[in-house]
Design a protein around this ligand. Sequence first.
Ligand SMILES: *[C@@H]1O[C@H](CO)[C@@H](O)[C@H](O)[C@H]1NC(C)=O
Ligand SMILES: *[C@@H]1O[C@H](CO)[C@@H](O)[C@H](O)[C@H]1NC(C)=O
Ligand SMILES: *[C@@H]1O[C@H](CO)[C@@H](O)[C@H](O)[C@H]1NC(C)=O
Ligand SMILES: *[C@@H]1O[C@H](CO)[C@@H](O)[C@H](O)[C@H]1NC(C)=O
Length: 373
Amino acid sequence: MLLPTVVSLFFFFSATVQASPCVAFDTNWNLLAFGFDGKDWNAGTQDTWSSSSAAADITTSDRPPFDAANTTCYLSQYANAIYAINADSKNPSSIYIYDATAKSWSIQTVDAGSFDYTSFDAILDHDTNVFYALSHGNLFSLDMGLLKAANSTPLNWLNDEQVPYPSGYVPVMALAQNHIHFLNVADVPSGSADIFVIHYSYFQPQAQAYPLPDGSAFPAIYGQATSFFQADNTVQQEFAFIPEDSSATYIINVETNTTQALAAPTTQDPKATYFAGVTALVQLTSNGTVSYLPYLEGNTSTNAAATWASVSNLAAAAPPSSTSTGGSSGSASGSHSASSPSSTTSGANVGAGLHYGMLIACVLCPIAFVMHL
Ligand SMILES: *[C@@H]1O[C@H](CO)[C@@H](O)[C@H](O)[C@H]1NC(C)=O
Ligand SMILES: *[C@@H]1O[C@H](CO)[C@@H](O)[C@H](O)[C@H]1NC(C)=O
Ligand SMILES: *[C@@H]1O[C@H](CO)[C@@H](O)[C@H](O)[C@H]1NC(C)=O
Ligand SMILES: *[C@@H]1O[C@H](CO)[C@@H](O)[C@H](O)[C@H]1NC(C)=O
């Protein structure tokens, strides 16, 4: 009786490490997976994802530990750089930069000001390389220049203005044609988005409708959104919206003002995150399972028939966690870290977290023992 209790306490407390991985594409459309089992991986281009031979280990020095909650990654297409926010619990306001050409990491110091990096949604504008984020009812911006390596001069989150949306709005943001689309704003009908025009710093007073061909609409509920890139490095024209109930995958096209409803994710996880490339939408679930929906811009019949598939070479390299039974956050994090005695910085940090968990578990041993008598 005692041993299982100690073991479950161990996993319960180690779950407080809250590691969260992220996925992103580079500009050659290699799928990069950061912070999986304490390492980083390159799963290659879409034609290799179904391979059973493992993705390439790209773990290298100066990488973030990926030990914070809610890590998010963004691709700067001009710089071929990936920016990671909330990737290091010890440097929460810093942004880590991965130069996907040089395959190297650096850490950019950022003055957060009044920006709350524990509560926001953000997009990285394609053309200006400026982050726009909504946090606590304010629109913030952070100019990344064209950085593919950190600059010694700190950057600043600027509080630009209050947004004209009801207070308490939990942002769902998507970028297309230099317009930020805000989904699920109260009082905006389903199938429509409120819009901020970046180049004019202008909140469009009227919502824009994006109906489906049959006249129906995507639901007005919370969810995740991510923009499809263009292979020729022009501005995004389409974004995916996945409602948190995973009932469908909606692709909104801001050129035609229409929406397609495609196959719902096979894994229905309200905590899943998504990242689109040019020809695929990728899902990362909270236990580290990575799947994708192939997508061909403009090819309605192929898209309608498309189904979600596993990124097998990544699963072969970094198997999803199997201990999803230990409570809500345990699945997300604890076991990702638990399985990798790695010599990298990340391994060391995660190891420290686990030792802390073990310490707490052992402090509680006598209590558990007494409770089981
Ligand atoms: C992570 O995100 C969840 C859901 O948005 C939020 O409740 C939580 O406060 C966030 N935690 C941190 C540390 O950012
Ligand atoms: C789509 O909506 C935008 C913004 O309202 C409008 O400017 C544009 O003309 C519309 N495009 C089409 C094809 O209806
Ligand atoms: C759609 O994709 C299929 C399969 O790749 C292809 O055979 C077909 O020609 C495409 N249709 C259009 C309109 O692009
Ligand atoms: C991860 O979660 C998915 C969906 O909840 C589940 O189907 C899968 O079995 C889980 N994987 C592991 C290894 O636990």
